[in-house]
Design a protein around this ligand. Structure first.
Ligand code: ADP
Ligand code: MG
Length: 474
């Protein structure tokens, strides 16, 4: 007789029963019904969402072990939640949710050599004064390889990432630089590599950090006179993941310190993983010696996903959220939202939300409305006029004042910010930016961009302006 959902579940129960308290067994396992077994995934029905959450929180490991014993390493568990229909019509409905099987990332302990000259080595992530070095990896376990779907657009980057995860520091992909436009999965992939390494090599110290946070920590360390501690801390990491390195552009102090850290790690066979919104050749204001390091390993591009990949990303998203939608709707969304994965997900989330708030079914009309909104938003490119308007509003002045010849400091700063954002968010040349923002020449614009970069490094208030304004343009 072949194996069935019933027989598999019966054996699992026997194993579970031996391993937990009788009361817990009675409460949490007896009410479960095995429903089906397909493609090595066992679907079990649980009475409520709370029940499912409890199982996932307390028994996921046990379930995993039991299931692996029965079905092998590739076993999957799917929960089916039977709920009374809250909209008061017809049948109770069910919701399907796959098991995560992944615990949260615990802190990593690291031995600091006793002979180290810095017995009080500062961990920039903790409050000063704490001696014990516990490093949170800062990894998000929800960004993993399982849910990073493969397609032509990401195959190279994904498989290079896998190779690195299998042998961190032991491939020629060091550093691995993943680059591509916004919302194409750089951050997701960077985490996935780290998460996979922690799974395979729990003893390695992995650290994920955005280049922006790295920069802030560095600036802090300079202020507090702990620059060396900062460097030493980073030199102890086995796998260093820095997200959005384009952020380092123009920040020579941070680049310098990163250069030293990078060399140390690389020489010691440690793995470095970087992401960037552009290829190394297109990066501006990054020191040559650093750029040449970036090119040592492999630069792999993430491109916009093709139609098939978009469909599978949408389906996977729905599956994970336990929602079902007709094919024609999935197709409509995948056909029209092409540029990036974040928007694709955004459209789906918005659809799910609208249908549940308004308690209506997801219809093609609703999908069309949502998609239209998304497509429109994407097309709205930021113009230099728009930038000047937003910056002027932010500083409560009018555009004419921003463009005027005055040397008053706050007006000059506003103008420089407008130039900076125009360079950042439009494709306009320096000369054209200058002529549109108060008839200045290209050297003025260049100077403005440099000034903004410098102030961003040294002036907290100014950094806040940049952050606030950046939010308005992205
Ligand atoms: P980036 O860092 O390049 O701007 P993110 O990594 O933040 O992009 O990705 C944006 C969203 O798209 C995230 O929610 C991510 O999980 C999702 N995503 C991107 N690529 C994929 C993929 N190949 N499979 C599944 N989800 C993806
Ligand atoms: Mg990102």
């Amino acid at each position: 007789m072949g194996i069935t959902a019933n027989s598999v579940w019966k054996n699992c129960l026997a194993f579970i029963k031996d391993n937990i308290q009788p009361q817990a067994y009675k409460t949490w396992f007896e009410p479960i019904k095995p429903i089906k077994l397909a493609e090595n995934a066992l679907s079990i029905q649980v009475p409520s969402k709370f029940f499912y959450e409890w199982l996932e929180e307390h028994y996921v490991k046990l379930l995993k072990v039991a299931l692996t014993k029965e079905l092998g390493e590739t076993a999957k568990l799917v929960y089916i939640i039977r709920m009374e229909n809250t909209y008061g019509n017809k049948e109770p409905f069910t919701e399907k949710i796959p098991s995560t099987n992944r615990g949260n990332m615990g802190p990593q302990e690291m031995d600091v050599p006793i002979k180290s000259k810095n017995p009080e080595l500062k961990n920039p992530f903790v409050i000063p004064g704490i001696r014990n070095i516990k490093i949170e990896s800062q990894l998000n376990p929800n960004y993993n390889f399982d849910n990073f779907l493969e397609g032509d657009s990401n195959r190279l980057a994904r498989s290079a990432g896998m190779a690195v995860a299998n042998k961190p520091g032991g491939t020629s992909f060091n550093p691995l630089l993943v680059f591509g436009g916004v919302g194409l999965g750089k951050t997701h992939l960077a985490h996935a590599i780290g998460v996979e390494i922690k799974d395979k090599y729990p003893e390695r110290t992995v650290l994920y950090i955005s280049a922006e946070k790295f920069t802030q920590q560095y600036i802090e360390s300079v202020k507090k006179n702990t620059r060396n501690d900062f460097i030493h801390f980073y030199q102890l990491i086995d796998v260093l993941i820095i997200d959005d390195v384009q952020f380092l552009s123009g920040k020579s102090g941070t680049q310098d310190v990163f250069f030293h850290i990078f060399n140390h790690l690389h020489q010691n066979g440690k793995q470095v993983i970087l992401t960037s919104d552009k290829a190394p050749v297109d990066m501006q204001d990054i020191e040559q010696r650093l750029l040449s390091r970036f090119k040592w390993g492999l630069s792999a591009e993430l491109q916009s996903p093709d139609y098939e990949t978009r469909v599978s990303i949408v389906k996977n998203k729905l599956y994970r959220d336990g929602v079902e939608m007709p094919e024609e709707i999935i197709d409509h969304v995948a056909k029209h939202i092409k540029t990036n994965v974040r928007e694709l997900e955004g459209a789906i989330i918005s659809l799910i939300a609208q249908s549940s708030f308004n308690k209506k079914e997801v219809t093609l009309e609703l999908a069309q409305q949502v998609v239209e909104k998304f497509v429109k938003n994407t097309k709205r490119e930021v113009s230099i006029d728009y930038i000047q308007k937003v910056v002027s509003d932010y500083f409560e002045m009018d555009v004419a004042t921003l463009q005027s010849k005055t040397r008053k400091r706050h007006i000059v700063q506003a103008r420089q910010l407008a130039m900076f954002f125009a360079k950042k968010f439009t494709k306009a040349s320096l000369a054209s930016i200058g002529s549109q923002i108060g008839k200045r020449d290209h050297a003025t614009v260049l100077h403005a961009c440099k000034t903004v970069d410098n102030l961003a490094e040294t002036d907290k208030q100014f950094r806040k302006y940049i952050e606030d304004l950046t939010k308005k343009f992205t």
